[in-house]
Design a protein around this ligand. Structure first.
Ligand SMILES: [Zn+2]
Length: 254
């Protein structure tokens, strides 16, 4: 690693933690995160001494799709309230975003890595409400159905709620559901930024994003979400796939 950094005159090194992509078993446990911080602490020191900025990229927060060779089941590692699909099936690896124990786990994870005082902590593009692991939809657990009942003044079965959301817009159920998803997502990001800044106020909490169609489908509202990353000013980056060309009209239509 040091030879590559020197030869390429690299000025910032970002570490994916505690594991990533094909070798990731999913959300990091407290033990895995503490072990990784202990490994990285002397490396961060050495990078700083060489005037190279060290950063962190959190690989798994909400969750990613399964690789064919690696279907993840986190039920034996965490005791979360698991997200529920439209057909009532519980996810093997994705927690309900309203589960307090999951919220506490991810906030503790970000705070743990913030102890390293990274220049940036990147939230990967899995912090979104669509297309994750064995979930083909956002969470439809009883708690989330209850939230929609409060927002709309009527209760729904999962099938009724789907029908209401997919009815031609504008309709109040669809609007309430987008509001709900947006508040969940923004709440996650805001809590993570607070957790980081409690430990390291100067770290820029930054955000990777997916292809824009994915974010249109979840009703993402960018200005509010970016504001939730707080100060110092965050950075945003696309994944490899979204380096595509489109028109300003196309983006505005989404
Ligand atoms: Zn839920």
């Amino acid at each position: 690693m040091w030879k590559i950094i020197r030869d390429a005159k690299i000025d910032e090194v970002m570490f994916f933690v505690p594991h990533a992509e094909e070798v990731s078993t999913g959300l990091g446990t407290d033990a895995e995160n503490e072990e990784m911080v202990a490994i990285l602490a002397p490396i961060f020191e050495r990078l700083r001494e060489a005037s190279i900025a060290p950063s962190i990229n959190m690989w798994w927060t909400v969750g990613f799709s399964d690789f064919l060779s690696l279907t993840r089941n986190l039920h034996d590692r965490f005791n979360f309230r698991w997200a529920v699909n439209l057909d009532g099936r519980e996810s093997a690896s994705i927690a309900c975003p309203q589960d307090p124990s999951w919220c506490a786990q991810i906030q503790r994870m970000y705070r743990t890595y913030a102890r390293l005082k990274p220049v940036r902590i990147w939230i990967d593009d899995d912090v979104r409400m669509t297309q994750r692991a064995d979930m083909q939809c956002p969470c439809f657990c009883e708690v989330c159905l209850g939230a929609m009942a409060r927002r709309t003044g009527r209760s729904f079965t999962r099938a009724e709620l789907l029908k209401g959301i997919l009815a031609d817009p504008p309709n109040p159920v669809r609007n309430a559901w987008f509001d709900f998803q947006e508040e969940l997502e923004r709440g996650i990001v805001s809590d993570l930024a607070k957790a980081v800044h409690a430990e390291s106020p100067s770290t820029r909490v930054s955000l990777m994003f997916s292809m824009l169609e994915i974010h249109w489908a979840e009703g993402r509202r960018w200005p509010a979400l970016v504001k939730a990353l707080d100060t110092p000013r965050p950075h945003l980056r696309p994944g490899i796939g979204p380096y595509t060309e489109t028109t300003a009209y196309g983006i505005a239509a989404g």
